[in-house]
Write a protein that binds this ligand. Structure first.
Ligand code: BTN
Length: 251
């Protein structure tokens, strides 16, 4: 199946019935010169899916989306890596929001339903040189038609809407939307993307429970993100903090 409608993204598709991880496959193909900017590696069954923070990513075969996009955003330098997170999560959020309300982005790169739990996540692996970000492997895992989960926490589009969705249709929309946002980023429209990201940010400006090294559990509210992608939280005590990826936990 060909992804129409795009300029460069998804013109080259590597479909694998089964693989360990589409991010690892993408890396291999890239090294062999068989994948380049715009290539997509997609599988029905991932046997060693990887998530953020060294977690595993489980997905019921054939029901969901598990794929990797290859980008070469050399117009960004290492300090701008978070702009990729913003652009990708926003695009995915926007597509799913066409199917059901209350879809948000949870910092740094989860796709959430505001009340029902996690729908998916993004794992971005960059290779950076002095020239900038030479290669970015954008792994996306989304629960679409899976309705049984081994542990509490996740949800899926089918669980939320009560009907099955066409996996390829969602892929087509995501690819189209990512391409649009990627080209905006390239044109320097990062402020627009940041604004949209904040507008759709899970728990933005709401008092909720968190945990950090300094205080343990505390009540705080998210007030924004820094340009490097740190999460800004105002504590009940009035103290303002900035957190890197593993420094704060949502309770
Ligand atoms: C997370 O929420 O922790 C991120 C999950 C990312 C999973 C996707 S599925 C396709 C790609 N291949 C992987 O091994 N991981 C990502």
């Amino acid at each position: 199946k060909i992804l129409a409608n795009t300029i460069f993204l998804g013109k080259d598709i590597h479909y694998l019935p089964e693989c360990h991880s589409t991010n690892d496959e993408a890396m291999q193909l890239y090294k062999q010169g068989k994948a380049r900017e715009g290539s997509i590696i997609i599988t029905d069954k991932q046997t060693k899916g990887r998530g953020q923070r060294g977690n595993q990513w489980f997905s019921e075969p054939s029901k969901n989306l598990t794929f990797t996009l290859v980008l070469s955003p050399s117009f960004l330098d290492a300090s701008q890596q978070f702009d990729l997170n913003i652009m990708i999560t926003l695009a995915v959020q926007e597509v799913l929001a066409q199917y059901t309300p209350d879809i948000q982005v949870k910092w740094p790169n989860d796709i959430m339903h505001r009340y029902e739990g996690k729908l998916g996540g993004v794992l971005i692996e960059n290779s950076v040189s002095t020239r900038g970000i030479d290669m970015s492997l954008v792994g996306i895992g989304l629960n679409l038609n899976q309705t049984d989960f081994a542990f509490p926490g996740p949800t899926s589009l089918a669980k939320l809407t009560g009907s099955q969705v066409e996996v390829w249709e969602i892929l087509r929309l995501i690819v189209k939307t990512v391409e649009n946002y990627y080209l905006r980023l390239k044109r320097g429209e990062v402020e627009l993307l940041r604004r949209l990201f904040i507008q759709n940010l899970y728990r933005y400006n709401e008092w909720s429970a968190y945990r950090d090294q300094m205080d343990g559990e505390f009540l705080g509210k998210i007030t924004g993100i820094t340009t490097e992608g740190k999460l800004k939280i105002e504590k009940e005590s009035g103290q303002l903090n900035q957190y890197a990826f593993k420094e704060v936990e949502f309770l």
